[in-house]
Write a protein that binds this ligand. Structure first.
Ligand code: AMP
Ligand code: MG
Length: 291
């Protein structure tokens, strides 16, 4: 299956006219079943493995994959499945939690730098600085907690944050970090079903958090915040993918297709050896053969 085509229909390069209601969380594209998807998923994972090897050898681009979603949309499962084929040595995952007291002593992007992927690596953010225009926007007390000088907390604070995020991402892109952002788009109905499964199935009890039920009350506020976020921060160099999340098998497939598409666009290749290095290799062969 053409990866570019599958991923492209969920990709937003320019958010100006973006509306969440144009995207169906239950969409499964051209596929009708998990069995059908599995074979393609394995194909994409194998391709990702090949491309990651070149990315690592080339040691110049960095890939940053950002995952944002409502609770139970499947961020963790997607990261686990999709990255199952990649070499852990060239991959790092970081989960952003409620900021610590040290982090709150700084600006909202400060804690990000430390976790950015180095050249040749794939970095995954499970949540990110985008929480700063999501949970922080939905709950006024979270913003109050950030200790900003009151004169700087104006009604256009969110537009300013969008602008700062766009500038930050443009800076990263200009320096060799390829950013791709995934919003796993879950329906309210499917979230309820997954929460109930967490209550009903003993192996899933550990996933249940009372906080999640509390956040669900703010569903509409979050959807609005997500829509605004995508409208304001989807750009050509750091696009959002709005991935249908009601069927996990499709989420995994669409995300892996998007990653393959991203790596393929870089025309990766193994570094070429020059004449002097070639001579060295030949000399090394001779030495080895003598023993
Ligand atoms: P979990 O991913 O379920 O472990 O939860 C992490 C929690 O940290 C979520 O409730 C996020 O909303 C919260 N969180 C992450 N980043 C921030 C942030 N910058 N400000 C406030 N809360 C955050
Ligand atoms: Mg949680």
């Amino acid at each position: 299956m053409k990866t570019a085509k599958l991923a492209k229909s969920y990709r937003i390069d320019d958010g100006k006219h973006f509306q969440l209601k144009d995207f169906d969380p239950a969409d499964t594209g051209p596929l009708s079943s998990e069995e059908h998807a599995e074979e393609h998923l394995q194909e994409y994972i194998a391709r990702m493995e090949e491309l990651q090897d070149k990315l690592y050898a080339q040691d110049c681009w960095s890939i940053l994959l950002i995952f944002q979603a409502m609770d139970a949309a499947g961020k963790d499962g997607t990261i686990k499945h999709v990255m199952s084929g990649v070499n852990p040595e060239g991959c790092q995952v970081y989960s952003f939690k409620v900021p610590s007291s040290t982090e709150l002593q700084h600006d909202f992007l400060w804690r990000t730098n430390e976790h950015l992927p180095e050249r040749g690596h794939i970095g995954i953010f499970n949540r990110s600085y985008y929480e700063e225009v999501l949970v922080v926007r939905v709950h006024a007390n979270v913003l109050e907690n950030e200790k900003l000088p009151p004169s700087l907390v104006t009604k256009d604070i969110w537009d300013k944050r969008f602008e700062d995020i766009r500038s930050f991402e443009r800076h990263m892109a200009r320096n060799g970090t390829v950013i791709r952002k995934f919003f796993l788009h879950l329906s309210k109905k499917e979230q309820k079903r997954r929460f109930l499964a967490r209550l009903d199935e003993p192996q899933k009890n550990w996933k249940f958090s009372a906080d999640d039920i509390h956040e669900r009350k703010y569903w509409d506020d979050y959807q609005k915040a997500y829509e605004e976020m995508i409208r304001n921060t989807a750009t050509r160099h750091a696009p959002w993918y709005v991935i249908p999340a009601d069927n996990k098998w499709f989420t995994h497939l669409a995300v892996s297709a998007a990653i393959v598409e991203t790596l393929e666009e870089l025309s990766l290749g193994y570094p070429k050896v020059d004449a002097a290095q070639l001579k060295q290799l030949q000399a090394a062969r001779k030495t080895l053969e003598k023993k």
